[in-house]
Design a protein around this ligand. Sequence first.
Ligand SMILES: Nc1ncnc2c1ncn2[C@@H]1O[C@H](COP(=O)(O)OP(=O)(O)OP(=O)(O)O)[C@@H](O)[C@H]1O
Ligand SMILES: [Mg+2]
Length: 443
Amino acid sequence: MNSGALDVIEFLLTAEIYSENRDLDENDLPPKIRQVFWHDGTIERPLRTSVETAREATGLDQPWEAVSELMFTERDTFSGSIELTQRDMAEEWFAERDDGRIAENPTLAHALSGYDGVDVDYEAVREANRPVQSDRAWIDSLLEEHFDEEDEDEDGESMLDLVDIHAPEEVELTLDDLVLTEDQEAEIHKIVKAIEHREYLANIGLREIGKLLFVGPPGTGKTSTARALGYDLDLPFVEVKLSMITSQYLGETAKNVEKVFEVAKRLSPCILFMDEFDFVAKTRRSDEHAAIKRAVNTLLKSIDNISLIQDDVLLIGATNHPDQLDAAAWRRFDEILNFPKPDEQMRSDILRVITRRMRISDFDPDELATKTEGLTGSDLRLVLREAVLEALTENRTELRQEDLIHAIQDFEERDNLKDLDMIDGDHDALVAGGDISGHSHDH
Ligand SMILES: Nc1ncnc2c1ncn2[C@@H]1O[C@H](COP(=O)(O)OP(=O)(O)OP(=O)(O)O)[C@@H](O)[C@H]1O
Ligand SMILES: [Mg+2]
């Protein structure tokens, strides 16, 4: 039996069992199945199964054809619906052929655990299923419900333009892909525990917790770590660049700040990530517009008024310029997390992690680490990309250690270029044929 039929029967069974059993809730549906049933922030019973929804949930072009020969399926060509005619027959058929799906589908685990050979623990299966907050479809349907036309201002700017929202399922890097210092790991562990035990913390009156500031030079993993945390904790990730809030196109700045916090509270539990936090400091000090000052004060007040314990919002700020933050800003974060440039050991580990899926002959990350003093994780990624592209010009998909060494040299030369003064300089590098680019041009 092909797995297409199993896909479709799983879909039909799940929908039917879920529709009938009101003890089950959204978290009992596997993400790929429930994604097709969201509407205005809820999933309404009964779940109607059709060729269309089956196609979306299974990814099969012709879901009906995959099951049309089975005795217990039926299609209504007029309405496009597909259904099971004999549920018990379908259950038996599925339980007999199950290849591990029941162990990943809480609804089926709940209904089919009595069948021969089906050995699953419903509670455990439900625990392992990703919760609704991790679904893009859930976030979208919630946003649809909360932000209608009224939320657009005169210029047609919606508050959603201020923020970038990522569903956990969309995060590309997980904590496993990041090389962290011991301090960073300990801090992250602490926050994960605090989130798990929110209720306890609220009960003992400890509310001033859950505001982190990530501090470090560009490319050291601040954004990636915050996102990875969202993935690990299954929390939507609301990202806002503070400079965006005062964009000239976006009407009243103070109001925009309030809107961002409103979005976060509506999406909670979630992570609110505020990048470029030093922006706050800059504007407080200078004689900027009164409107911007007001905005910054609103921002600080909003930060005071949001809490992990009460609102289920984990606030993470990030900055490249901690020296520019004043006491008023520092005071609002209960944990400061340092993101230093990686040392030799970390560079070696980062190289190992980012090359996981590549083939490299004579690969020696330790050697490369000694040659990359001062480079960040993001620099190392660039180096690697360069090496891959170079090798491709020779039609090679397997790298060699020399390719990487070469790419490091190139990278350093490029880095030098960045520091040249392009107008006054009479450096060789500014003249075509100079040895930096390595290419010469005829004029
Ligand atoms: N410690 C690390 N381990 C693995 N990868 C890393 C590490 N640090 C950085 N990277 C990689 O470098 C890239 C850039 O990192 P990221 O955007 O998180 O840096 P950042 O600190 O937010 O920089 P910026 O201050 O410019 O916003 C990412 O693709 C990330 O995977
Ligand atoms: Mg960043």
